[in-house]
Design a binder for this molecule. Sequence first.
Ligand code: FPP
Length: 290
Amino acid sequence: MPVITKRAVPDFLSPGFVSENDVSTAIAASQFVADDLPADATVRPTLSAAGQIAPDFIAPDHVAIIMDGNGRWAKSRGLPRIAGHREGSRAVRRTVEAAIQAGVSWLTIYAFSSENWRRPAGEILDLTGLLRRYLRSEIAELKQSGVRLRFIGDRGRFDSDIQSDLAAAERDTMANSRLNLTIALSYGARAEIAAAARAALAAVHAGCLDPDDLGEDTFARFLATAGMPDPDLIIRTSGEQRLSNFLLWQAAYAELVFLDVFWPDFDHVHFNAALKEFARRERRFGARND
Ligand code: FPP
């Protein structure tokens, strides 16, 4: 039987970003999920004084998201792929708001995989252009909202102006702690693990590390995610059910939730539904609870 307890209702990013209509949709969606829950579970949405909705259960500390389905979203509307990516970046904004609202401390999103460089040059140009615009238009607001930005992945493959913007975004938001937003860019987990192995070996050769001390915790300090908690919940949109080289080491005990929604349509209703599904899961980390 999952243990679901009430959590403190967090304050909100900015008053009024969820409309009344959104609130009723969210209540309907919450009800839908809550119907599956054991009778004694306390999972009910709470309306704040600001007319917004906060989940009434313990949220995972770290949520990671594989944002998938931009292309299919666009295709189903007869639009070019860039339209899906553009709408996808709006969904990123909504998701950051939803994460803050839910009291999630860490949000990691997979925006560009190392394999995405194999896409046609035009699409790469569209995606990097979107990233450039996102960095220039959103950072001030993210900073004001208490979001700390980090980037993982091979940023050296991006144009130098983007690399400067990434560094500036990290520097400008480093004092924030309300939400730790990590964007995976040109990221691949196998490359990350290989790089960590090389760094650990170099430390051994330099005499800074005794190979006998290279356990799991020490090795994790060589990963791009050093200092971050492992994801508790990984969400993938679009109905596909795989990790696609995302956080393979860190996902060891993550709960996986696959949603049948294309990323551009993703909003706080889907986010909260995934959190509710997470709250229902019994996590044993390989041990037994009986
Ligand atoms: C997967 O959809 C999504 C991507 C490859 C890119 C994700 C990018 C965004 C959400 C927008 C930009 C983000 C930021 C942070 C500015 P797909 O193209 O693989 O879709 P498909 O599987 O339906 O073809």
